[in-house]
Design a protein. Structure first.
Length: 115
């Protein structure tokens, strides 16, 4: 599967952004999808994940209540709605797909939160 993330940009503290990740192929619904992020000098960290149907979701404590992950299997796309953004949310955000232990990564999209 190939993944293409988009939607990053510059936003002020308290603002919102929606990231999208479009996947190629006809087996999108068989992948667990996730968002991770990375800042310079730090390891990539988990942000959110969703199961095959989108009914099951998981969040890092740092984003719980502010971010929402969702997926549209008819469009082969996973989303990350980010609200109430904080300075510490600034990072490169990556989408990832997992199936049967195999991981696939998209290119990152930069999110910058400014004061």
């Amino acid at each position: 599967v190939q993944l293409q993330a988009s939607g990053g940009g510059l936003v002020q503290v308290g603002g919102s952004l929606r990231l999208s990740c479009a996947a190629s192929g006809r087996t999108f619904s068989s992948y667990v999808m996730a968002w991770l992020r990375q800042t310079p000098g730090k390891e990539r960290e988990f942000v959110a994940a969703t199961g095959w149907s989108g009914s099951t979701t998981y969040y890092a404590d740092s984003v719980k209540g502010r971010f929402t992950i969702s997926r549209d299997n008819t469009k082969n796309t996973v989303y990350l709605q980010m609200n109430s953004l904080k300075l510490e949310d600034t990072a490169v955000y990556y989408c990832a797909a997992n199936r049967r232990g195999d991981n696939y990564w998209g290119q990152g999209t930069q999110v910058t939160v400014s004061s």
